[in-house]
Design a protein around this ligand. Structure first.
Ligand SMILES: [Fe+2]
Ligand SMILES: [Fe+2]
Length: 427
């Protein structure tokens, strides 16, 4: 017995259990929160014969978390679980939920009209902010910390101030990335949903379109902060004439594709990859008590939206994955892995540039210092930390059956070693 099955209806009847599984099940009372009961008229003859009931109760996901459904949680085998699938008619979908007892159990609930359960954010109390937030100008103080300390480079700064200024430069880069990501990765991914030949249910698609409003707001918020921060420190840290390296790499990945469907697919995958990691990254900033209050505020309000976006985009990824054929799964796996690596790899040239700005050292000296600390292994290590939430999502999706992460990372390590050697030679 390795599965739990929660029943609030006819499966509690011994007759139904005997006819479905050939035995009487054992179970305990439990409740399912966040759902309420309705009734469904059964027309399937075989189900009617077993249950002798024309109307079957059906649990519907509720807007109110106080709603609950009483029932019994049974212990069943995997085979019995599959047998019970054939007993339940097409209006039900089997989902895994946590019961009041804390047990994780399968339960048959109402299928929304073409709207799978995983396409909704569970906590309906939380809604994306969609322009309802206000963002006052940040008040910046001297000696504040804007970015987590770079432990590799700390010893190379001649003073605490230099180290803090480097942090401010890193945060400026982070804000620039935010603006670029919203407009160049997330919103384009949503736009492509209209073009691809997979029918995404209308409500979640509409909800995804709404997230574009949040993203525009995040970009505005980041731009306001960036402007103040650059003013505060006297000059822009980065000229910002070209898009950040990760965007250029993602663009290269897309531009080599000749098939327009695949270009759209890569655009969508880039959006999914970004949205699966950003909330975790922002939450870490918001929780870091060493950082300036204004940094934590901006990251916290952004993170609150991104938790919801992450759920929506993960759902989109699951939905598409189910629609893909085997060939497309193979190709999409490759895009997912390449996009994840490109999106999460630290930008060594930008580190060099910021380091030079805050220390005033000559470029060749800065290259010598930075490259003595950052080797390919170190960059891969940082990439894996940033990409952790995305990688665990991709593992759940099952992409490893199609492409090996380890092989892709090894290839990237070799490419990086080559790139760093070239930088060494050039400096
Ligand atoms: Fe955002
Ligand atoms: Fe987002």
């Amino acid at each position: 017995m390795n599965e739990h099955l929660f029943s609030y209806g006819t499966l509690q009847k011994e007759k139904v259990q005997l006819e479905s599984f050939g035995r009487i099940l054992t179970g305990t009372k439990d409740t399912l929160k966040g759902y309420k009961l309705s009734f469904l008229e059964i027309k399937d003859e075989s189900v009617l014969l077993k249950s002798e009931q024309k109307f079957h109760p059906i649990a519907i996901h509720s807007e109110n978390n106080d709603d609950c459904v009483e029932g019994i949680v049974f212990e069943v085998t995997v085979e019995e679980l599959l047998l019970s699938d054939s007993y339940e008619v097409g209006d039900y979908v089997r989902v895994k939920e946590v019961l009041t007892s804390g047990k994780q159990a399968w339960v048959y609930v109402a299928k929304k009209d073409g709207y799978p359960h995983y396409l909704t954010y569970k906590n309906t109390e939380k809604k994306p902010s969609a322009l309802k937030q206000e963002f006052p100008l940040p008040s910046l103080e001297i000696n504040e910390v804007y970015y987590p300390e770079n432990v590799l480079l700390t010893s190379s700064f001649s003073s605490e101030i230099e180290s803090q200024n480097f942090g401010a430069a890193q945060f400026c880069s982070f804000l620039r990335d935010t603006i670029e990501v919203e407009h160049c990765l997330v919103i384009p991914a949503i736009v492509c949903l209209r073009r691809i030949p997979f029918q995404i249910p209308s409500q979640p698609k509409q909800d995804l379109y709404k997230t574009a409003t949040d993203e525009g707001f995040h970009a505005e918020q980041a731009n306001t902060y960036l402007t103040e921060l650059e003013k505060h420190f006297g000059l822009p840290y980065l000229p910002g004439k070209q898009p950040p390296l990760f965007l250029r790499r993602l663009e290269n990945l897309r531009s080599v594709e000749t098939d327009p469907l695949y270009r759209d697919l890569i655009t969508i995958i880039n959006g999914i990859v970004t949205e699966t990691r950003i909330s975790v990254e922002l939450s870490k900033f918001a929780a870091n008590k060493e950082l300036s209050g204004s940094v934590r505020i901006i990251c916290d309000s952004h993170a609150r939206d991104e938790v919801i976006h992450s759920s929506q985009f993960q759902a989109l990824g699951y939905w598409l994955w189910e629609e893909f054929d085997e060939q497309m799964k193979t190709d999409a796996s490759e895009f997912y892995i390449k996009s994840t690596i490109a999106r999460s790899l630290p930008d060594i040239e930008r580190i060099v540039h910021s380091f030079m700005k805050v220390t005033g050292l000559a470029l060749s000296e800065v290259y010598r210092i930075v490259l003595s600390k950052y080797n390919a292994d170190e960059l891969i290590k940082e990439m894996l930390i940033a990409a952790k939430p995305t990688i665990s999502y991709l593992k759940k999706l099952g992409i490893e059956r199609y492409q090996s992460f380890d092989r892709a990372i090894e290839k990237e390590r070799i490419r990086l070693e080559h790139e760093l050697n070239e930088m060494q030679a050039k400096k």
